[in-house]
Structures are given as C-alpha cells and as structure tokens.
Design a protein around this ligand. Structure first.
Ligand SMILES: *Cc1c(COP(=O)(O)O)cnc(C)c1O
Length: 376
C-alpha cells in the first residue's frame, strides 16, 4: 500500500459505518434478510474488506456481477455462504462457475439449458438463481420464456433453485406506479415456485412500502449513497482527503489550466492538488465542482487534468494554506451524492471510478484480519 506521504490523497473507508448501514436496512426490511452486493470491487471500496465486515455482521448472501469477481471472492467466504453472479452464464463459463462454487443467476432459457446439461453431466444437482424480467427489459427471462418454462419444468432438471429474483427500474422513485406493476408481475411468476426464496429489492426498493420478500440486495445504500431521491438516511462510508501540492498567487486576467478556461478576475490564490480524472475525479467538474478547506468551499477553477486540478483558495485563511495541507474532496461537507449532482451523474459512478493511486485506509472497531479468521 502506498505510504501516506507518497500518495496524492487518502481514501478512508469506514467499515463501521458500512455495518451500521447494513443493520439499518436489515431493521427496515425484517424479516427479510439483507444480501450484500459487492460487485465492481464493492463499488470501488474493496470487496475483500467489505465482505469480511458484512460477514461479521451476519450477512450470508453476496452478489457480484461477473464470474471473475466471484472466482476472486469465493475463497474468502465460508462454504455455507451463497455467492451469486448477476450477469449470468456466458457460453463456455459453466464449468468455471461450478468449480468456483459460485451460483449463477440464470437469465435466459439458453442459460438454464446449459446449466442443466452441466448438472446432468456432473451427476449432481447444481444450485442456481433464476431472474425474471418484471419490466426492465435488461436481464432475466422474457414473458415468452416464462411461458415456455412453466409449460416444461423439465428444463430445470438437475438445477436446485435457491432464489428467484427480479430488478426494479424505478426503485429510487417512491411515487412511480411502475413499482407496483413490477411487484404484481413478480408475484405472478413466483407463485409457481412456492418455497423458493424471492428477492426483488435493491437499495431503493428496500425503502419502498411494499413487500420485501425473503431477501433484499443492497448495494449503494451500504456504501452511504442515497437509496432514493429523498433525504439520505445512510451513514457516509467513504471520505477522500487530498493534500495541497503547490500554491501560487496570480494577477487579474491570468488564465488557469489547459485551455486557460478560467481567467482570474482579481488577484487570486490558486492551490493545485494531486488528484485528477485518472483518479476518478470527473473532468466534467472542470470550473464547476468544489472542494473544502477548513470547512470553507473552494471552487475548482480551470480544467481537471489527468493528475491534478486547481482550486481558488483566495478566501481561505493563510494558516490553512501550505504544501501538504489537507483538502476535503469527500467528507462532512461534500457527499458522494453532492459530487455526483455537480458532475451530472449518480453516486454509483463516482464511487466505482475511485482511483487506485490513493492510499487506502479501512476503519474498523477490530482489525479485519482478526475478524476474518474468527468467521472462517
Ligand atoms: C447492482 C444491483 C443491485 C444493487 O443495487 P443498488 O441500487 O446499488 O442497491 C441489486 N440487484 C441487481 C440485479 C443489481 O444489478
């Protein structure tokens, strides 16, 4: 890991806050259980550390998007824990999925057929989840495929269905009538499989007033992002602190950065910090985003470069301005949702783009290593 003096910024991940968020969702959806969605390296926060913390908190089901992610994570989980692959089975990946002990989310009749064939060739049943498309037109069995499956259950030969799931298109909007339509479609399908656990909600869905079934799949809310468009009840998990690399004073009319897209109107103090778009700070924040020094907002001026960006620190007291001085990019004054709003995107994208040049620090009441060996 990069020593703190060598890195341009410190990324802190508060696993205690993550566990608090897990418990908050669990209380809200009980008696449904909360599964941890740890795809994309746990939304950029580190799948190993996050999974260990969630395991300790009682989480027994995890979701990744891709088989490669499952292959990497499975050895770190106890055998009894279920690890699902949301994107399903690519042709040719069946054996790798079986050998990894991962549970594919079967999204089409073709995938069902290939998993069933492998189960029969392996001489044992293989576990699977089944996804039905309840209205999002992305992944899952289409209405035609549902009819075909219900007409011929032998398609599932050799497959032990451990979960049926679907995904909501508008879960972040409680006023959307489409949520009810998807619940109805989901009920209509799952009633044909009594006794199989069901899962419909992501983070947003967990905060809707509708049935939560047996399992919810929480992602962004675990990591502190707002589950819905309204006020955010989650605890912030990620903070990012850069350090001033250089300071200068510029006269009126001085251009700053590539393209001289910012012109100083008056004599100004400019601080350069060693974080840029290669570190996941969106270039779209050029001349529109913010950072904070001592709680004072300092606007990004000029373009965000690959490895650095420039801040107008004219209104910050001198004592807070020196090479190495801390600059808040994510923290008490600026959330991932704030940055996403400025950049015209969603917190998911800000998190999953977090760079690999930061020094990373995990905060946990007890060391993660110790916890992992306790649960192994
Ligand atoms: C990513 C994903 C989730 C988690 O969604 P959040 O909105 O981050 O909670 C749940 N289910 C599916 C199918 C997903 O792709």
């Amino acid at each position: 890991m990069t020593p703190v003096d060598c890195a341009g910024a410190l990324l802190s991940i508060d696993l205690n806050a993550l566990v608090e968020n897990y418990r908050l969702i669990a209380r809200r959806v009980a008696p449904a259980e909360v599964a941890g969605v740890v795809k994309a390296d746990a939304y950029g926060t580190g799948a190993s550390a996050v999974a260990a913390a969630l395991l300790e908190a009682g989480c027994r089901r995890f979701f990744v998007a891709q088989l490669e992610e499952a292959i990497a994570l499975k050895p770190e989980l106890p055998d009894s824990v279920q690890l699902f692959v949301l994107n399903g089975l690519q042709p040719g990946a069946e054996r790798h999925c079986r050998d990894a002990g991962a549970i594919p989310v079967l999204n089409s009749l073709d995938q069902i057929r290939r998993w069933s064939q492998l189960a029969q060739a392996s001489g044992r049943t293989l576990p699977a989840a089944l996804q039905v498309d309840s209205g999002m037109a992305r992944l899952g069995l289409s209405p035609d495929e549902v009819r075909a499956l219900l007409a011929d259950r032998s398609l599932l030969e050799g497959i032990e269905l451990v979960l049926i799931l679907s995904h909501l298109a508008c879960a972040d909007d409680p006023s959307s009538a489409f949520n009810d339509k998807q619940v109805a479609a989901f009920n209509d399908f799952t009633r044909h499989f009594p006794g199989v656990s069901r899962s419909l909600d992501n983070s947003g869905g967990s905060f809707l007033n509708h049935p939560h079934y047996e399992v919810v799949r929480a992602g962004i809310a675990l990591y502190g992002g707002a589950p819905q468009d309204s006020a955010n009840p989650m605890h912030p998990v990620v903070s990012l602190e850069a350090r001033i690399a250089q300071l200068r004073t510029v006269g009126p009319g001085t251009g700053v950065g590539y393209g001289l897209s910012h012109l100083a109107e008056e004599t100004s103090h400019i601080a350069t910090i060693p974080v840029g778009y290669a570190d996941g700070w969106p270039r779209h924040l050029s001349n529109r985003g913010s950072a904070f020094i001592g709680g004072i907002r300092v606007p990004i001026v000029g373009r965000v470069s690959m490895d650095s960006m420039t801040l107008d620190v004219t209104h910050v007291p001198d004592m807070l301005l020196y090479p190495g001085a801390p600059v808040e990019l994510l923290g008490p004054h600026q959330s991932i949702d704030d940055v996403a709003a400025d950049a015209g995107t969603i917190s998911y994208e800000i998190l999953t783009q977090l760079g690999h040049r930061y020094r990373r620090e995990y905060r946990l009441a007890e060391p993660a290593e110790q916890k992992r060996s306790m649960t192994a």
